[in-house]
Design a binder for this molecule. Structure first.
Ligand code: PLP
Length: 366
Protein backbone atom coordinates (compact mmCIF):
# COMPACT_ATOMS: atom_id res chain seq x y z
CA UNK A 1 0.00 0.00 0.00
CA UNK A 2 1.41 3.39 -1.00
CA UNK A 3 -0.48 5.99 0.99
CA UNK A 4 -1.11 9.51 -0.24
CA UNK A 5 -0.66 10.79 3.31
CA UNK A 6 0.45 8.99 6.46
CA UNK A 7 0.21 11.23 9.50
CA UNK A 8 0.63 8.28 11.84
CA UNK A 9 4.01 7.39 10.32
CA UNK A 10 5.09 11.00 10.77
CA UNK A 11 3.96 10.92 14.42
CA UNK A 12 5.85 7.70 15.12
CA UNK A 13 9.05 9.22 13.71
CA UNK A 14 8.97 12.10 16.25
CA UNK A 15 6.73 10.59 18.95
CA UNK A 16 8.82 11.60 21.97
CA UNK A 17 9.01 15.25 20.92
CA UNK A 18 5.27 15.45 20.22
CA UNK A 19 4.29 13.64 23.40
CA UNK A 20 6.43 15.87 25.60
CA UNK A 21 5.14 19.03 23.87
CA UNK A 22 1.55 17.97 24.55
CA UNK A 23 2.34 16.91 28.13
CA UNK A 24 3.99 20.25 28.80
CA UNK A 25 0.92 22.26 27.73
CA UNK A 26 -1.40 20.08 29.78
CA UNK A 27 0.87 20.12 32.85
CA UNK A 28 0.84 23.92 32.79
CA UNK A 29 -2.82 24.14 31.71
CA UNK A 30 -1.95 27.14 29.54
CA UNK A 31 -4.28 26.48 26.64
CA UNK A 32 -4.89 29.86 25.05
CA UNK A 33 -2.24 32.50 24.38
CA UNK A 34 0.58 30.78 26.25
CA UNK A 35 4.35 30.62 25.92
CA UNK A 36 4.34 28.08 23.11
CA UNK A 37 2.19 30.34 20.94
CA UNK A 38 4.50 33.34 21.39
CA UNK A 39 7.55 31.15 20.76
CA UNK A 40 6.00 29.51 17.70
CA UNK A 41 5.07 32.90 16.23
CA UNK A 42 8.67 34.06 16.61
CA UNK A 43 10.13 30.80 15.27
CA UNK A 44 7.76 30.61 12.30
CA UNK A 45 8.37 34.28 11.43
CA UNK A 46 12.12 33.56 11.42
CA UNK A 47 11.58 30.40 9.36
CA UNK A 48 9.57 32.23 6.70
CA UNK A 49 11.92 35.25 6.88
CA UNK A 50 9.07 37.55 7.90
CA UNK A 51 9.26 40.19 10.59
CA UNK A 52 5.86 39.37 12.08
CA UNK A 53 3.71 36.28 12.49
CA UNK A 54 0.23 36.10 14.00
CA UNK A 55 -1.22 32.68 14.81
CA UNK A 56 -4.92 32.32 13.94
CA UNK A 57 -7.53 29.54 13.96
CA UNK A 58 -7.08 28.26 10.39
CA UNK A 59 -5.78 29.17 6.95
CA UNK A 60 -9.13 30.46 5.70
CA UNK A 61 -9.47 32.89 8.63
CA UNK A 62 -5.90 33.99 7.98
CA UNK A 63 -6.78 35.20 4.45
CA UNK A 64 -9.99 36.82 5.66
CA UNK A 65 -8.29 38.64 8.53
CA UNK A 66 -5.41 39.82 6.35
CA UNK A 67 -7.88 41.15 3.75
CA UNK A 68 -9.87 42.94 6.45
CA UNK A 69 -6.71 44.45 7.92
CA UNK A 70 -5.75 45.84 4.49
CA UNK A 71 -8.80 48.17 4.67
CA UNK A 72 -9.59 47.91 0.95
CA UNK A 73 -12.47 50.13 -0.24
CA UNK A 74 -15.68 48.16 0.24
CA UNK A 75 -16.85 46.33 -2.87
CA UNK A 76 -13.34 46.15 -4.27
CA UNK A 77 -12.39 43.48 -6.78
CA UNK A 78 -9.70 41.02 -5.75
CA UNK A 79 -8.01 38.89 -8.43
CA UNK A 80 -7.68 35.22 -7.49
CA UNK A 81 -6.24 32.32 -9.53
CA UNK A 82 -8.90 30.04 -11.05
CA UNK A 83 -7.17 26.88 -9.81
CA UNK A 84 -7.04 27.06 -6.02
CA UNK A 85 -8.93 25.60 -3.08
CA UNK A 86 -12.21 27.49 -2.50
CA UNK A 87 -10.83 29.07 0.71
CA UNK A 88 -8.78 31.53 -1.40
CA UNK A 89 -11.85 33.04 -3.06
CA UNK A 90 -14.27 32.44 -0.18
CA UNK A 91 -12.19 34.71 2.04
CA UNK A 92 -12.46 37.51 -0.54
CA UNK A 93 -16.27 37.32 -0.59
CA UNK A 94 -16.46 36.95 3.21
CA UNK A 95 -14.52 40.17 3.62
CA UNK A 96 -17.08 42.04 1.50
CA UNK A 97 -15.22 42.08 -1.79
CA UNK A 98 -15.79 40.69 -5.27
CA UNK A 99 -13.83 37.75 -6.64
CA UNK A 100 -12.40 38.06 -10.16
CA UNK A 101 -10.77 34.87 -11.38
CA UNK A 102 -7.63 35.04 -13.49
CA UNK A 103 -6.17 32.17 -15.48
CA UNK A 104 -2.91 30.34 -14.92
CA UNK A 105 0.15 29.78 -17.07
CA UNK A 106 -0.25 26.63 -19.26
CA UNK A 107 3.23 25.30 -18.41
CA UNK A 108 3.51 25.95 -14.68
CA UNK A 109 -0.20 26.24 -13.71
CA UNK A 110 0.77 29.29 -11.65
CA UNK A 111 -1.18 32.55 -11.71
CA UNK A 112 -0.43 34.31 -15.00
CA UNK A 113 0.72 37.90 -14.55
CA UNK A 114 -0.41 38.60 -18.15
CA UNK A 115 -3.93 37.43 -17.44
CA UNK A 116 -3.97 39.34 -14.14
CA UNK A 117 -3.14 42.49 -16.09
CA UNK A 118 -6.11 41.89 -18.42
CA UNK A 119 -8.47 41.56 -15.43
CA UNK A 120 -7.55 44.84 -13.75
CA UNK A 121 -10.43 47.38 -13.63
CA UNK A 122 -10.78 50.71 -11.77
CA UNK A 123 -12.31 48.70 -8.88
CA UNK A 124 -9.45 46.22 -8.52
CA UNK A 125 -7.75 46.64 -5.14
CA UNK A 126 -5.67 43.51 -4.63
CA UNK A 127 -4.12 40.40 -6.15
CA UNK A 128 -4.12 37.16 -4.17
CA UNK A 129 -1.26 34.95 -5.36
CA UNK A 130 -1.42 31.27 -4.36
CA UNK A 131 1.71 29.12 -3.96
CA UNK A 132 -0.28 26.16 -5.22
CA UNK A 133 1.20 22.65 -4.83
CA UNK A 134 4.05 24.30 -2.89
CA UNK A 135 5.30 25.97 -6.06
CA UNK A 136 6.06 29.64 -5.46
CA UNK A 137 3.92 32.00 -7.55
CA UNK A 138 5.81 34.38 -9.89
CA UNK A 139 5.90 37.19 -7.33
CA UNK A 140 8.22 39.44 -9.30
CA UNK A 141 6.01 39.32 -12.40
CA UNK A 142 2.87 39.84 -10.28
CA UNK A 143 4.50 42.77 -8.51
CA UNK A 144 4.61 44.76 -11.76
CA UNK A 145 0.84 45.13 -12.37
CA UNK A 146 0.44 45.57 -8.60
CA UNK A 147 2.82 48.54 -8.56
CA UNK A 148 1.50 50.05 -11.81
CA UNK A 149 -2.10 50.03 -10.59
CA UNK A 150 -1.49 50.61 -6.87
CA UNK A 151 -2.83 47.18 -5.90
CA UNK A 152 -2.09 45.21 -2.74
CA UNK A 153 -0.36 41.90 -3.40
CA UNK A 154 -0.86 39.10 -0.88
CA UNK A 155 0.14 35.43 -0.79
CA UNK A 156 -1.96 32.41 0.09
CA UNK A 157 0.91 30.17 1.22
CA UNK A 158 -1.30 27.44 2.72
CA UNK A 159 0.62 24.92 0.57
CA UNK A 160 3.93 26.79 0.55
CA UNK A 161 5.65 26.50 3.95
CA UNK A 162 9.39 26.67 3.31
CA UNK A 163 9.08 27.48 -0.41
CA UNK A 164 11.49 30.10 -1.74
CA UNK A 165 11.76 32.26 -4.82
CA UNK A 166 14.70 34.46 -5.72
CA UNK A 167 16.43 33.25 -2.53
CA UNK A 168 13.62 34.44 -0.24
CA UNK A 169 10.97 32.45 1.58
CA UNK A 170 7.33 33.05 0.67
CA UNK A 171 4.87 34.79 3.00
CA UNK A 172 6.32 38.29 3.27
CA UNK A 173 7.44 38.88 -0.31
CA UNK A 174 4.83 41.61 -0.82
CA UNK A 175 2.17 43.00 1.56
CA UNK A 176 1.54 39.86 3.56
CA UNK A 177 0.94 36.15 3.43
CA UNK A 178 -1.18 33.46 5.03
CA UNK A 179 -0.54 29.86 6.05
CA UNK A 180 -2.68 26.87 6.98
CA UNK A 181 -1.65 24.22 9.49
CA UNK A 182 -4.44 21.84 8.50
CA UNK A 183 -3.11 18.36 9.45
CA UNK A 184 -2.33 17.30 5.87
CA UNK A 185 -0.33 20.42 4.95
CA UNK A 186 3.49 20.29 4.84
CA UNK A 187 3.47 21.75 8.35
CA UNK A 188 0.30 20.45 9.97
CA UNK A 189 -1.18 20.75 13.45
CA UNK A 190 -3.25 18.10 15.26
CA UNK A 191 -6.39 20.03 14.40
CA UNK A 192 -6.97 23.38 12.70
CA UNK A 193 -4.48 26.22 12.71
CA UNK A 194 -3.23 29.08 10.59
CA UNK A 195 -0.95 32.12 10.53
CA UNK A 196 -0.44 35.50 8.92
CA UNK A 197 3.05 36.78 8.07
CA UNK A 198 4.12 40.28 7.07
CA UNK A 199 6.96 42.78 7.31
CA UNK A 200 4.49 45.62 7.95
CA UNK A 201 4.28 46.29 11.71
CA UNK A 202 1.05 48.30 11.50
CA UNK A 203 -0.65 45.64 9.35
CA UNK A 204 0.51 42.97 11.83
CA UNK A 205 -0.97 44.95 14.71
CA UNK A 206 -4.34 45.26 12.94
CA UNK A 207 -4.39 41.53 12.13
CA UNK A 208 -3.62 40.68 15.76
CA UNK A 209 -6.43 42.93 16.97
CA UNK A 210 -9.00 41.62 14.46
CA UNK A 211 -8.17 38.04 15.46
CA UNK A 212 -8.60 38.86 19.15
CA UNK A 213 -11.89 40.78 19.50
CA UNK A 214 -10.43 44.11 18.41
CA UNK A 215 -8.06 44.37 21.35
CA UNK A 216 -4.41 44.10 22.24
CA UNK A 217 -4.85 44.44 26.01
CA UNK A 218 -7.51 42.66 28.07
CA UNK A 219 -10.93 44.38 27.85
CA UNK A 220 -9.57 47.35 25.87
CA UNK A 221 -11.62 46.73 22.71
CA UNK A 222 -10.87 49.38 20.10
CA UNK A 223 -13.34 47.93 17.58
CA UNK A 224 -15.28 44.72 17.00
CA UNK A 225 -13.03 41.93 15.82
CA UNK A 226 -13.58 38.22 16.05
CA UNK A 227 -12.22 35.15 17.83
CA UNK A 228 -9.64 33.38 15.67
CA UNK A 229 -6.84 31.90 17.74
CA UNK A 230 -4.10 29.34 17.32
CA UNK A 231 -4.22 27.49 20.61
CA UNK A 232 -1.18 26.68 22.72
CA UNK A 233 -1.47 22.91 22.25
CA UNK A 234 -1.32 23.29 18.47
CA UNK A 235 1.52 25.81 18.79
CA UNK A 236 3.55 23.37 20.92
CA UNK A 237 3.00 20.59 18.36
CA UNK A 238 3.89 22.93 15.48
CA UNK A 239 7.11 24.00 17.25
CA UNK A 240 8.18 20.36 17.52
CA UNK A 241 7.39 19.72 13.85
CA UNK A 242 8.95 22.96 12.59
CA UNK A 243 12.36 21.63 13.66
CA UNK A 244 11.97 18.85 11.07
CA UNK A 245 10.30 20.80 8.28
CA UNK A 246 13.42 21.60 6.26
CA UNK A 247 14.48 17.93 6.28
CA UNK A 248 10.97 16.93 5.18
CA UNK A 249 10.94 19.47 2.36
CA UNK A 250 14.43 18.39 1.24
CA UNK A 251 13.13 14.81 1.22
CA UNK A 252 10.11 15.87 -0.89
CA UNK A 253 12.55 17.55 -3.31
CA UNK A 254 14.57 14.34 -3.63
CA UNK A 255 11.43 12.33 -4.34
CA UNK A 256 10.24 14.94 -6.85
CA UNK A 257 13.58 14.78 -8.72
CA UNK A 258 13.29 11.00 -8.74
CA UNK A 259 9.75 11.21 -10.17
CA UNK A 260 10.81 13.75 -12.81
CA UNK A 261 13.74 11.62 -13.96
CA UNK A 262 11.71 8.37 -14.03
CA UNK A 263 8.59 9.70 -15.75
CA UNK A 264 10.21 11.78 -18.48
CA UNK A 265 8.54 10.95 -21.82
CA UNK A 266 6.14 8.34 -20.39
CA UNK A 267 2.80 8.19 -22.24
CA UNK A 268 1.20 11.57 -22.88
CA UNK A 269 2.14 12.75 -19.42
CA UNK A 270 2.96 16.39 -18.73
CA UNK A 271 5.22 16.67 -15.69
CA UNK A 272 5.35 19.60 -13.27
CA UNK A 273 7.97 22.23 -14.13
CA UNK A 274 9.71 23.60 -11.05
CA UNK A 275 10.52 27.29 -11.60
CA UNK A 276 14.15 28.34 -11.80
CA UNK A 277 15.71 30.18 -8.86
CA UNK A 278 13.12 28.63 -6.56
CA UNK A 279 12.82 26.06 -3.80
CA UNK A 280 9.62 24.14 -4.47
CA UNK A 281 7.96 22.81 -1.30
CA UNK A 282 6.32 19.94 -3.24
CA UNK A 283 3.17 19.83 -1.14
CA UNK A 284 1.70 18.04 -4.17
CA UNK A 285 3.28 16.36 -7.19
CA UNK A 286 0.77 17.00 -9.97
CA UNK A 287 1.06 15.37 -13.40
CA UNK A 288 -1.33 15.76 -16.32
CA UNK A 289 -2.65 13.10 -18.69
CA UNK A 290 -5.72 12.74 -20.90
CA UNK A 291 -6.17 9.27 -19.35
CA UNK A 292 -6.32 10.64 -15.82
CA UNK A 293 -9.33 8.67 -14.54
CA UNK A 294 -8.15 5.37 -16.04
CA UNK A 295 -4.64 5.88 -14.62
CA UNK A 296 -5.99 6.73 -11.14
CA UNK A 297 -8.15 3.58 -11.18
CA UNK A 298 -5.21 1.46 -12.40
CA UNK A 299 -3.00 2.76 -9.58
CA UNK A 300 -5.76 2.32 -6.98
CA UNK A 301 -6.08 -1.35 -8.03
CA UNK A 302 -2.39 -1.71 -7.22
CA UNK A 303 -2.70 -0.12 -3.79
CA UNK A 304 -1.36 3.29 -4.85
CA UNK A 305 -3.40 6.22 -3.59
CA UNK A 306 -3.66 9.42 -5.64
CA UNK A 307 -5.67 12.64 -5.41
CA UNK A 308 -7.09 15.40 -7.61
CA UNK A 309 -6.37 18.98 -6.57
CA UNK A 310 -8.83 20.23 -7.60
CA UNK A 311 -11.38 18.41 -9.78
CA UNK A 312 -13.47 21.51 -10.59
CA UNK A 313 -11.86 24.87 -11.34
CA UNK A 314 -13.20 27.62 -9.07
CA UNK A 315 -15.12 29.59 -11.77
CA UNK A 316 -17.03 26.40 -12.62
CA UNK A 317 -18.21 25.70 -9.07
CA UNK A 318 -21.93 26.22 -8.45
CA UNK A 319 -20.87 28.66 -5.71
CA UNK A 320 -19.49 30.99 -8.41
CA UNK A 321 -22.12 30.61 -11.14
CA UNK A 322 -23.26 34.18 -10.39
CA UNK A 323 -19.87 35.57 -11.43
CA UNK A 324 -20.47 34.44 -15.01
CA UNK A 325 -16.91 33.17 -15.54
CA UNK A 326 -17.84 29.47 -15.86
CA UNK A 327 -17.87 29.40 -19.64
CA UNK A 328 -14.52 31.17 -20.06
CA UNK A 329 -11.98 29.11 -21.92
CA UNK A 330 -9.34 28.88 -19.18
CA UNK A 331 -6.24 26.70 -18.82
CA UNK A 332 -7.29 26.22 -15.18
CA UNK A 333 -10.68 24.81 -16.22
CA UNK A 334 -9.30 22.51 -18.92
CA UNK A 335 -6.45 21.18 -16.79
CA UNK A 336 -8.90 20.19 -14.03
CA UNK A 337 -9.85 17.16 -16.18
CA UNK A 338 -6.26 15.97 -16.65
CA UNK A 339 -4.48 16.66 -13.32
CA UNK A 340 -3.51 13.83 -10.98
CA UNK A 341 -1.58 14.18 -7.72
CA UNK A 342 0.87 11.30 -7.21
CA UNK A 343 1.85 10.42 -3.63
CA UNK A 344 4.74 12.44 -2.20
CA UNK A 345 5.81 13.08 1.38
CA UNK A 346 8.25 12.30 4.17
CA UNK A 347 6.48 8.95 4.73
CA UNK A 348 7.66 7.64 1.33
CA UNK A 349 11.03 6.32 0.16
CA UNK A 350 12.72 6.42 -3.26
CA UNK A 351 11.70 2.75 -3.46
CA UNK A 352 8.04 3.69 -3.06
CA UNK A 353 8.44 6.19 -5.89
CA UNK A 354 9.90 3.36 -8.01
CA UNK A 355 6.80 1.30 -7.30
CA UNK A 356 4.58 4.19 -8.43
CA UNK A 357 6.58 5.01 -11.55
CA UNK A 358 6.79 1.33 -12.60
CA UNK A 359 3.01 1.08 -12.33
CA UNK A 360 2.57 4.32 -14.30
CA UNK A 361 4.88 3.01 -17.03
CA UNK A 362 3.08 -0.34 -17.11
CA UNK A 363 -0.23 1.51 -17.52
CA UNK A 364 0.98 3.45 -20.54
CA UNK A 365 2.67 0.47 -22.21
CA UNK A 366 -0.37 -1.86 -21.78
C1 PLP B 1 -5.75 24.37 2.88
C2 PLP B 1 -5.86 25.62 2.09
C3 PLP B 1 -6.50 26.77 2.57
C4 PLP B 1 -7.35 26.76 3.81
O1 PLP B 1 -6.73 26.42 4.97
P1 PLP B 1 -7.59 25.89 6.22
O2 PLP B 1 -6.61 25.87 7.32
O3 PLP B 1 -8.13 24.54 5.87
O4 PLP B 1 -8.69 26.88 6.46
C5 PLP B 1 -6.44 27.94 1.83
N1 PLP B 1 -5.81 27.97 0.64
C6 PLP B 1 -5.21 26.90 0.12
C7 PLP B 1 -4.51 27.02 -1.19
C8 PLP B 1 -5.21 25.68 0.80
O5 PLP B 1 -4.62 24.61 0.27
Amino acid sequence: MIRFLDLNAQYRSIKDEIDSAIADVIARSAFIGGDHLAAFEAEFAAYQQAEHCIGVANGTDAIEILLEALNLPSGSEVIVPANSFIASSEAVTRSGHTVVFADVDPVTLRLSADDVRRRVTPRTAAILAVHLHGCPAPMEALGRPAREHGLKLIEDAAQGHGAEIGGRRVGALADGGTFSFYPGKNLGAYGDGGAITTNDAELARRCRMIANHGRLAKYDHQFEGRNSRLDNLQAAILRAKLRHLDDWIDHRNRLARHYLASLEGVGDMILPVPPENARHAWHLFVVRTRQRDALAAYLADRGIQTGIHYPIALPRLTAYAHLGQAAEDMVAAKSADTILSLPIGEHLTANDVDVVTSAVRAFFSA
